[in-house]
Design a protein around this ligand. Structure first.
Ligand SMILES: Nc1nc2c(ncn2[C@@H]2O[C@H](COP(=O)(O)OP(=O)(O)OP(=O)(O)O)[C@@H](O)[C@H]2O)c(=O)[nH]1
Ligand SMILES: [Mg+2]
Length: 581
């Protein structure tokens, strides 16, 4: 037989196809494609290696192994007059000759003949033995075969077991030809004709139509093949009639449509997997688009909160600053109005001046500041709760939609993970909302603000409370009236001193007020910003498992779709090429 059944182009295409498909399979394996789909593809790719399958069957001693050897052009398998082939034997290409007994009924035989790159041949034990034991043949190889060579021997044509076996083959609807072997024993063409009629009649009885019929002599063919080219060789070859059979095999396997079917089979399998994966990815993308909206909504809640805090915190703190400004102004006025010569008598009565100062200047500044701070705290706490409520609403809405979507659908692992995350993150939000204790949050916040303010004043924040704290700061840093007046009692020095004292008192007061204002404002700003930030962090952290998952899934699906697009292109290019083969 020709060393190759394929043309050079076809052989090249086959190599390329195998290579491409192996790469495509690897790419698919990276995409969470189910294991069995990949196995199916692998199987289909491997089948390209055994492009054609020829199965030889017949009664023992019919010369099946001999025919196989004749076709291969080499004595590959043992022959013998007694039952010889005891196992179904798959002869395939291998770098070295190697026989491998797989089990009691099956062995493989590797041989480096080039023809075996494209053709696998199965030799079988005699049909009498097959019917009893070798189910494997009918179950595994006959259904996959491209052609069954039914060998019957010229000295014992169409035995009962052969007839029975032919019936089993018919059930599979496989292409069968009758090979009448050992025709060298016939003395005349008439004798051959008689046997031909006999065999065909029986075969037609079983199959319902007369099959192809090839009289051959495997022995003569083998003998011819072992000879150098020449007349004798040609004569033997002709007498063996093997070339007619070979021509038929070639034509059958060469059939363009059949070859294309073989080439396309794994492409079809790969295409199917790609489409399946694409449709899953499409569904996931659709579901994820709602998750993306939810994530966007959650993020915009957080962003809005961040911006609101940023834009509102400063003006609210500025109000406190203003209170202190006005206090400073009143203080300066107080000095102007009080530290006067005309007031010298008053000035000597420190306690009264002090009382006046407290009444006119300090007034209810501590309460005002305390109120402002309290309002700021309430506002912050309220905002915090509000953003959790919003987050919870979005998550619950998503969860409800999700439940709607999965009704009647088997949930994929990704869906299960998502549901778990939506639920757990939603639960976090809900728990926070439900157990949110505004008073507790507010008083904790107040306590930390107090601590911060106390640090400004270098006071211990104890049970004093913010108001008391502010009184003590303002009072202590605003004015030490007594101290001032202690100097004022030096009026003995004369009222010339007074204007200087006044200026000194005012400068002193102004300086202290500025420092106080800066420090207090700074402490409050730092503290509230820190509180706001940690609230933002808290909600961000709370949402992270879900948002991160959604983002990762979006990435994954996106990548999957890109890869699939490329695979689709590669497959359709291969398909187009196979069409031209
Ligand atoms: N005269 C003649 N003898 C042949 C021919 N082909 C095979 N034989 C002989 O027939 C006998 C059986 O050949 P095998 O090839 O072993 O037969 P088989 O069908 O494989 O037999 P099992 O393996 O036992 O089922 C051997 O002695 C061969 O030499 C032929 O064309 N002409
Ligand atoms: Mg044999």
């Amino acid at each position: 037989m020709r060393p190759s059944l394929l043309t050079e182009d076809q052989a090249q295409f086959l190599r390329d196809e195998k290579q491409e498909l192996a790469e495509i399979r690897l790419a698919l394996a990276e995409l969470d494609v189910p294991r069995d789909a990949l196995d199916t593809l692998q199987q289909a790719i491997l089948q390209l290696d055994e492009l054609f399958l020829l199965v030889i069957v017949g009664e023992f001693n019919a010369g099946k192994s001999a025919l196989m050897n004749a076709l291969l052009g080499e004595k590959v398998l043992p022959e013998g007059v007694t039952p010889t082939t005891s196992r179904v034997t798959l002869v395939k290409w291998g770098e070295q000759v190697a026989e491998k007994v797989v089990d009691e009924s099956f062995s493989t035989y590797a041989h480096p003949l080039p023809l075996l790159h494209e053709l696998n041949i199965v030799d079988t034990p005699g049909t009498n033995a097959v019917i009893r034991r070798h189910e494997r043949l009918t179950d595994e190889f006959v259904p996959r075969s491209d052609l069954v060579l039914f060998v019957t021997s010229a000295d014992r044509p169409m035995t009962e077991s052969e007839r029975q076996f032919l019936e089993r083959i018919r059930a599979w609807g496989k292409k069968v030809v009758m090979v009448l072997n050992k025709v060298d024993i016939f003395e005349s063409e008439a004798a051959l004709d008689e046997v031909r009629q006999f065999v065909l009649r029986h075969a037609e009885d079983v199959l319902g139509f007369p099959p192809g019929f090839f009289p051959v002599s495997a022995r003569l063919a083998q003998r011819a093949r072992a000879m150098p080219d020449g007349d004798e060789r040609r004569r033997l070859l002709e007498a063996s009639r093997i070339e007619a059979l070979e021509g038929y095999i070639q034509a059958t396997l060469d059939d363009a449509a059949r070859l294309q079917l073989k080439f396309n089979n794994p492409l079809g399998v790969a295409e199917h997997i790609v489409e399946q994966t694409a449709s899953t990815a499409g569904e996931q993308a659709e579901t994820l688009s709602e998750d993306r909206e939810t994530v966007t909504a959650l993020e915009s809640v957080i962003l809005a909160y961040e911006q609101e805090l940023k834009s509102e915190l400063a003006p609210r703190l500025a109000e406190i600053e203003n209170i202190l400004f006005r206090l400073q102004q009143r203080g300066l006025d107080f000095f102007d109005n009080t530290l006067r010569l005309t007031n010298i008598l008053e000035l000597t009565r420190g306690d009264r001046v002090r009382a006046q100062f407290e009444k006119q200047v300090l007034a209810d500044v501590p309460r005002q500041i305390e109120e402002h701070v309290q309002r700021l705290i309430d506002w912050l706490v309220q905002k915090d709760l509000h953003q959790w409520q919003q987050a919870m609403t979005y998550l619950q809405r998503r969860q409800a939609r999700y439940t709607e979507q999965i009704v009647g659908q088997g949930a994929a692992p990704m869906d299960a993970r998502r549901r778990e995350l939506i639920e757990s993150v939603g639960r976090t939000a809900q728990t926070i909302v439900e157990t949110y204790d505004r008073n507790k949050e507010a008083s904790e916040l107040a306590a930390s603000v107090e601590t911060a303010v106390a640090q400004v004043a270098l006071l211990e924040a104890g049970a004093v409370g913010l108001g008391a704290l502010i009184i003590s700061i303002v009072a202590s840093s605003a004015l030490d009236i007594t101290g001032l007046l202690a100097a004022g009692t030096l009026a003995i020095v004369g009222f010339f001193v007074i204007p200087y004292k006044r200026k000194q008192a005012k400068d002193d007061f102004k300086g202290k007020m500025e420092t106080l204002r800066a420090k207090l404002l700074n402490a409050l700003t730092v503290q509230f910003n820190a509180e706001a930030e940690s609230a933002i962090h808290r909600i961000k952290d709370g949402m992270t498992p879900y948002t991160r998952f959604v983002r990762a899934e979006l990435d994954r699906v996106d990548k999957t779709q890109t890869v699939l697009k490329v695979l689709r292109q590669r497959l359709s290019a291969l398909k187009a090429r196979s069409q031209t083969m």
